[in-house]
Design a protein around this ligand. Sequence first.
Ligand SMILES: [Zn+2]
Length: 234
Amino acid sequence: MYYGFGFFYYDWTLLLLIPGLLLGLVAQSLVRSRFRRYSKIRSYRGLTGAQVAAGILADAGLPEVEIEVVGGRLSDHYDPRTGKLRLSSEVAHSDSVAALGVAAHEVGHAIQHSRGYFPLHLRNAVVPATKIGSWLYLPIFIAGLIFAIEPLVWVGIGCFTLILLFQLVTLPVEFNASSRALAVLKDHGYLEPGELTGARKVLSAAALTYVAALVSSLLILLRLLLIAGKFNRR
Ligand SMILES: [Zn+2]
């Protein structure tokens, strides 16, 4: 048996994963540094993230969406199952340009949900399959290599593509929530043009983390395919 864990972990294709890892690290640090920077810039109207979120929700005809303040840094999200908009206290209670950008972005997800925005529903629909795929792909793939059962290798790769599919449909969902956020912040005068630039920078850094995740997964897929190809030629 040629294929053991040693081969699997240490062959040259491991190098393929490095650019994805680096891009992920760059994106993460960009989010943190931009959020920190624009958290210090207060918006001229002085409304907090929670106030702006409530205002946008009311204008969108969604007063039933409850705003909940939660702990943690950048833990802000919209929960489609409970219909709750959860804002970190840093965002909810701050009148900074960064806080307003993040709050409006999360409201963007609530509006997508209520308007039946297709990519969001598709993403929610593939979540269970993605979870199963991410648990199973590696054990199945490695078992296929160890026991030299080629179909298992391909089943493992198939499971991995479920993760890719999820990350792919996440992109339009996130980009759309940010463009909705920036449009409403501008149109309703929550932020002035100069302040909008700051909010846009925070949101584009956040979007880059989703792009980095997809790039990383594409490189992992390439690696799995190369390993499967070697397996095939024997
Ligand atoms: Zn989002």
